[in-house]
Design a protein around this ligand. Sequence first.
Ligand code: PLP
Length: 466
Amino acid sequence: MTTLAPVETSAPFEGSAPTSPTDHLWLHFARMGSYVDKPVPTIERGEGAYLYDTDGRRYLDALSGLFVVQAGYGREDIVAAVAEQTRKLAYFPIWSYATPPAIELADRLAALAPGDLNKVFFTTGGSEAVETAWKLVKQYFKLIGKPGKTKVISRNVAYHGTTQGALSITGVAGFRAPFEPLVPGVTRVPNTDFYRAPDHLAEDEKQFGLWAANRFEEAILAEGPDTVAAVFVEPVQNAGGSFPPPPGYFDRLREICDAYDVLLVSDEVICAYGRLGTMFGADKFGYQPDIITSAKGLTSGYSALGAAIVSDRIYEPFSQGKVSFAHGYTFGGHPAACAAALANLDVFEREDLLGHVLRNEEPLRQTLEKLTDLPIVGDVRGNGFFWSVELVKDQAAKTPFTRDDCERVLRGFVAPAIYQAGVYCRADDRGQAVVQFAPPLICGQAEFDQIEAAMRSVLTDAWTKL
Ligand code: PLP
C-alpha cells in the first residue's frame, strides 16, 4: 500500500493516483503524525470473531472492535432487522413522538435492568449517556428542592467519555488537559487497583475494598453533602486495566450514597450486555444503581445506540405537570438502532451468550494466567470476557514501565507485534502499561489459546527490549 503525503485540498485526485485513508480521514485518539509515512491498518470485513484487512489478512478480534461486537460479525438476522426497519421507517425522532422499536426496546431494557430502573433515555453512544446522566441528576435535585447538589465524584484514571461533561468526569488527566477549563464540580478518589494497593492493605482485598469505598465518603464530606449529586463508577474499571471491585466494595458504596442522598451512576458502557456474563455489570456484583449508563454492546455494533436507564424514584419528579427534561439528540433512539438492539438481544437469548461467558470466564482467566511465568507479566485481572495483562520490569518488585518503556516497548513494539501476530487487542498506557482483551462473547478455548500464544511470543521478545 502506498502512502502519499497529506493533501491540502479536498479536491478529488485526477487520474489513478492511489490514496491512503489518512489523506482525509482524521482518526480518533490517534497521533496522525505517525501515519505520514506508513499506511493505516484498514479493516474491511468481519466474520464471527475474525476480521479481515484490505490485504486479506485475518485477525482474531480480541477486543470486540472497541468492547462492542458482543455477538460477533456477519449476523444476518441483525442485518435483516435493520434493513426491514429502515425500509419501513428510516428515521423518526423520539422528541415528543415515539416509534414502535423504541417503545419495544425500552420495555425490554426496563424488564432486564435491575430493581426499579424502569425509564430508558436513549442516546447515540456512551459519552452522551454519561452527559445525560449528569444533567439528569442535576435537574432531579433542583426539582426535589436540593438545588445545591450538582457535583460528581469519580475515580482516578477512569474513562467516561469525551464530551465536555463526560470528559470532566473522566479521570485521565492527560485527556482533560488540552480542553481545560472543563465543567467544574468533579472530585476524584482512588480506584480499585488492588495490585498496587497501599502497603498496609496489600494483603487483604476486602479491607482494601472498604478503604477504597470509604474514600467516597471522605470526598462527599470534604465537598459538603449538600453539594454532591452523584458518583460515577464502572462495575469493572476499564482504563488502568480492568480493575474488578473488591468484595464488599459496592455494598459499602451503596451505603455511603444512601447516607448522603448521593445517586449511584453505574457507567456500564463497557460492562453491560454480557461483557461480564450478566446483562448488567451491577447484576454481577449484586448492587442497585440509581442510573445505568450503557451503549456499545447494546447493538453489538450493528448500529449506534446508547441508553441511560433510570430509576422510578429519579423519574418521578419529571412525570409531573409541565416539567420536561430539556435534553435529547436527533439520532438518539434511532429506529434502525433500536431494531438492531432488539435483534441483538434475541441472539443473546437464543444462544445463551450470558451462560457462555459465565461458563468460559474461568478458562479465559486460566489461559491468560499461564503468561505469569514470563518475567514481564506483573498481573492478570478482570472479569467475564474483560481482561488486562499488566506489564512490569520486575515481577517481584512490581516495577512499572517508565514513560520511555511505554513509548518504546508497549507502543513501539508490543502493540504492532501482536497485531502482526494476527490478534487485534489494545495496548494501553493511560495508567500502567497493560494489554487488554475483550473478545466477542462467542469465543471459546481455541480463541483463548490463540491470544495466549500470540502474547507469549510477543512478550518474550519484548522482555529483551527493556
Ligand atoms: N463510559 C465508559 C465506561 C466507556 O468505556 C466509554 C467508551 O469507551 C464511554 C463512557 C464513552 O462512550 P462513547 O465512546 O460511546 O462515547
